[in-house]
Design a protein around this ligand. Structure first.
Ligand code: C2E
Ligand code: MG
Ligand code: MG
Ligand code: MG
Length: 294
């Protein structure tokens, strides 16, 4: 192509950077369209008690079904949404959809009183000073208690965040929402932010869960994370649990809650309710962990 366009143009730019930049712009345009054309929807993945396999909550995850390209993964479009500012609108959509759904599930008795939805929030959303007021209005609108909502943020939010972000986090916590550190362990070694910010729990990243039960070092890392978290009064959720071996190892180092394909992938609301409503209605009787099957 460089030849066809004549001499003096950079081949490297044409073949890689140009294509990447154009892909980004195309995705941004398509994402704007997706928001107005209802191509986005929300799926729910159970967060369970390791001991019983019963859901204590679920994570709401956004999905984008493009009319011609099909499913576009969040890993591809969330960073573009964040850079372009579209993340605010996406966040508003996901929150409203998730809170509306939780209100319905609560009134239908599909989920227990304490069941919570965990919603991802991007750094940019947490720098918006009116977020706590907006969230508080939404909770009222859908009849959902703040304790039934968790907001997930990455460590970078607290490490790089401005004083506005700090205030937003404190106000969200004051409302009663849980605040979880997502992908815990992947960001920074300085843990001081766990004391400075009103965090209520951590989600141990999948990369630490993969080797559990096989790799002694991973077992020890997770054991240490659990000990520290519990000493600080934080809850612990293990992400990306796929095998019985991992579940056993997590249980033995004291992790209480887990999320992963072992129990279920993220599915649309109807499917989630069908699969989990009876289970959620059962009393939370502790079973020996080895007796729990997927
Ligand atoms: P995350 O918040 O850490 O979400 C967990 C991701 O791990 C999800 O990917 C989930 O489908 C996947 N996962 C869950 N269990 C397993 C497992 O057992 N094995 C494996 N291999 N993967 C598992 P997903 O849905 O593709 O989302 C990717 C990331 O995109 C999320 O990571 C989150 O950072 C972001 N994201 C998704 N939805 C939203 C949203 O509504 N708002 C924002 N700001 N970010 C979102
Ligand atoms: Mg998350
Ligand atoms: Mg996560
Ligand atoms: Mg993760």
């Amino acid at each position: 192509r460089a030849k066809a366009e004549g001499p003096g143009r950079s081949t490297i730019f044409d073949t890689s950077m140009h294509d990447q930049a154009r892909e980004r712009i195309e995705l941004e345009v398509a994402l704007r369209q997706a928001l107005s054309d209802d191509q986005l929807y929300v799926v729910y993945q159970p967060i369970v008690r390791l001991e019983t396999g019963m859901p204590v909550g679920a994570e709401a995850l956004v999905r984008w079904e493009h009319p011609t390209r099909g499913q576009i993964p969040p890993m591809l479009f969330i960073p573009i949404a964040e850079d372009s500012g579209l993340i605010s609108q996406i966040g508003t959509f996901v929150r409203n959809e998730a809170l509306r759904q939780l209100g319905v599930w609560r009134s239908q008795g599909v989920v227990s009183e304490s069941f919570y939805l965990s919603i991802n929030v991007s750094p940019r959303q947490l720098s918006e000073p009116d977020l706590p007021l907006v969230v508080s209005g939404e909770l009222f609108k859908y009849g959902v208690p703040a304790q039934c909502v968790a907001l997930e943020m990455t460590e970078s939010v607290m490490v790089d965040g401005s004083s506005v972000t700090a205030r937003v986090l404190h106000e969200l916590r004051q409302l009663g929402a849980k605040l979880l550190v997502d992908d815990f362990g992947t960001g920074f070694s300085a843990l001081g932010y766990l004391r400075r910010f009103p965090v209520t729990g951590v989600k141990i990243d999948r990369s630490f869960v993969i080797g559990l039960g096989k790799n002694v070092e991973d077992d020890e890392i997770v054991r240490a994370v659990v000990a520290m978290s519990h000493a600080l009064g934080l809850s612990v959720i293990a992400e990306g649990v796929e095998t019985v071996l991992q579940r056993e190892a997590l249980y033995h180092v004291g992790v209480v809650n887990g999320q992963g394909w072992l129990w279920g992938k993220a599915v649309p609301a109807t499917e989630f309710a069908e699969r989990w409503h009876l289970a959620a209605a059962l009393p939370d009787i502790p079973l020996p962990v080895a007796a729990v099957t997927s």
